[in-house]
Design a binder for this molecule. Structure first.
Ligand code: SF4
Ligand code: SF4
Length: 219
């Protein structure tokens, strides 16, 4: 627990996001998540300010994941604290330590990540199927029809696809993989979901080889 708190405390943003706390509750009064969940930014800030290591750890099991990261709190705090910013740090530390709460929250995003890494975008037109969006009711009829023909009517050629929202070049994909590697996103993924990491790593290796071959052909 102490190690987790030390990691939060040593984050370079920490002293900028926490400057004291009056316990006034303005942040909680303006927080949309506090209206719907058992969550209070005032409580989170107080736990950090008083260095209550045990309860900080408890809050990281569930409460911090209720924050919508809208930053309304940061705009209102008389101390210029950013409770939302502090929550962001706590979440990153939870991921770094492979906490179960982080795994549970991030699991549904695995498919999004896979789609992103393989196509360069998260959503594709062919994912908008009536069966997948029953909550749209009769409005779903508006997107039904011959998707390929509809997409071909778009003047921009890169948007005339149905399996991806737009075409992403191999060079752009390689740049994205490099950013993910250098910023630690892939390392976090390995901690969160080893199976997904293996699939994605194999895919990236394949694409990198493809890119190297393409570069050689150009010389
Ligand atoms: S973080 Fe700011 S707004 Fe929230 S209770 Fe503390 S002083 Fe008040
Ligand atoms: S950033 Fe989080 S804590 Fe701050 S107001 Fe938005 S939901 Fe609430």
């Amino acid at each position: 627990m102490q190690e987790i708190f030390d990691d939060i405390r040593s984050d370079f943003r920490y002293d900028h996001e926490l400057n004291g706390c009056l316990n006034c509750g303005i942040c909680t009064a303006t927080c949309p998540s506090a209206q719907f969940y058992d969550y209070s930014p005032r409580e989170i800030v107080q736990l950090l300010w008083t260095e209550n290591v045990e309860q900080i750890y408890d809050a990281m099991q569930e409460k911090i994941w209720a924050c919508a990261q809208c930053m309304t709190c940061a705009a209102r705090c008389p101390f210029k604290n950013s409770p939302g910013g502090l929550v962001a740090i706590m979440r990153e530390v939870a991921i770094k330590h492979g906490m179960q709460s982080a795994k549970d929250v991030l699991r549904p995003f695995g498919r999004v990540m896979l789609k992103l890494i393989t196509t360069g975008n998260q959503l594709s037109p062919d994912m908008i199927q009536p069966d997948h969006f029953p909550d749209w009711g009769p409005n779903i009829q508006k997107v039904e029809g011959d998707l390929k023909t509809l997409r071909k009517a778009i003047p921009l050629k890169t948007l005339q696809t149905t399996e991806t929202a737009w075409e992403v070049s191999l060079k752009t994909s390689i740049e994205m993989y490099t950013i993910w590697e250098m910023t630690g996103v892939l390392k976090s993924l390995e901690t969160m979901d080893e199976n997904l990491f293996d699939v994605i790593e194999d895919f990236i290796d394949e694409k990198k080889e493809e890119y190297e071959e393409w570069l050689e052909e150009q010389n």
